[in-house]
Design a protein around this ligand. Structure first.
Ligand SMILES: [Mn+2]
Length: 377
């Protein structure tokens, strides 16, 4: 797939809404758009990765296709979207088998897969025994509109003050990038750490912004006004505590970002005040640096060493990662909380709760009341 570049000028006096990495969360997208009162007067840019890692890949595609008909929507290609498109357009039986095996495993990770949803819809549920040579032509026929939609997704959207691309760009000479292989721009891992500065804002998804957090885990978009980078992936679908980040500008000339989020977690209300621990002392184990040594394993909590530093973590966070004892994303940061605060519940231990407050994860040890019920598991 080659890089496609679309240049447009946003009209005056219209809100610009941007979001990325929907990853099969149609309900979450509906929720944030409803919260924002999104309508035909607004502009919505979806910065890639619409499908997989969530329960509603097909529904998400169709929701965006329907929105496109009624509103001004610019959906961009993500690396996962391209991966799916290449499968759906392939005539190579080995690729079909590869996708079948991936999708069967994805079902155990995320409860569903786009291929699984497609097979279910045409009445041929995906199992290890599924004959892809039979199923595949049916899929190509039945899902022709979705395939056409995916193949029309653009790589770079360039506007007056913001350039949108799923992964990142190595420089701002966009005409030179147009026509080159799109994959490096879609799967530009750890883009912010590459250190670039730009004249226009470069707005990306792909790499969860929480991985850039220097201290405690912050799931909100990273907005660097000096280097002009907006990194908005809230890790929805990738992490259980991830969220969709809908960033809103009142007008294309404005720098006044506002944020609406969705994470689907149960909501609680704090009944006690809690003093926060010093942010600079917080330890945050993240997935690209999560090897640990277990010093004392307990029923609920375990004492571990991470880079030689002791830390108490929930025992349920410890797992075997290809033979290396590891810990899923966790911090020891204690959030500053006031009685009455709304918190999103991630994990409950006998002595406290791991929660998110305004997009930041940490511990709350006080009492609380339940506002919304946990989803039945
Ligand atoms: Mn991606």
């Amino acid at each position: 797939m080659i890089t496609t570049l679309q240049r447009i000028a946003f009209p005056d006096h219209r809100r610009i809404l941007m979001i990325s990495d929907l990853h099969g969360h149609a309900d979450g997208l509906r929720h944030v758009l409803r919260q924002a009162r999104f309508g035909p007067d607004d502009i919505l840019v979806i910065v890639g990765d619409l499908v997989e890692k969530g329960p509603q890949s097909l529904e998400t595609l169709r929701l965006v296709m329907a929105l496109e008909k009624e509103c001004t929507v610019y959906p961009l290609m993500g690396n996962v979207d391209l991966w799916r498109l290449e499968f759906l357009q392939s005539d190579d039986p080995r690729k079909w088998e590869e996708m079948k095996h991936y999708s069967l495993r994805a079902k155990t990770w995320w409860g569903n897969s786009m291929l699984g949803e497609m097979c279910a819809e045409i009445g041929m549920p995906l199992t290890a025994e599924t004959d892809m040579a039979t199923v595949f032509p049916e899929i190509q026929l039945h899902f022709a509109p979705e395939i056409a939609f995916l193949s029309g997704l653009i790589t770079i959207l360039d506007t007056q003050r913001i350039t949108f691309v799923h992964g990142g760009i190595p420089h701002e000479r966009l005409d030179e990038l147009a026509g080159t292989d799109a994959y490096p721009l879609l799967k530009f891992d750890d883009f912010y750490s590459a250190g670039f500065s730009f004249r226009k804002y470069v707005a990306v998804g792909h790499w969860p912004a929480v991985l850039y957090s220097p201290t405690y885990p912050d799931f909100r978009p990273l907005i660097d006004r000096r280097r002009r980078i907006i990194s908005m992936d809230g890790a929805c679908g990738v992490k259980s505590e991830g969220q969709l980040n809908l960033l809103i500008l009142p007008d294309w000339r404005s720098d006044d970002f506002s944020l609406i989020t969705w994470d689907g977690l149960p909501v609680i209300q704090a009944l006690d005040d809690q003093t926060g621990s010093p942010a600079e002392n917080a330890r945050y184990i993240r997935w690209n640096d999560h090897a640990i040594y277990v010093q004392r394993r307990g029923g609920h909590q375990s004492l571990i060493l991470h880079h030689g530093m002791p830390m108490n973590v929930p025992t349920s966070c410890i797992f075997d990662h290809d033979g290396v004892l590891s810990c899923s994303d966790i911090t020891d940061y204690r959030l500053p909380v006031s009685a009455g605060d709304t918190l999103h519940l991630i994990l409950r231990l006998p002595n406290g709760c791991y929660v998110k407050k305004n997009g930041i994860a940490g511990w709350y040890m006080g009492r609380y009341t339940r506002i919304t019920e946990e989803e039945p598991s």
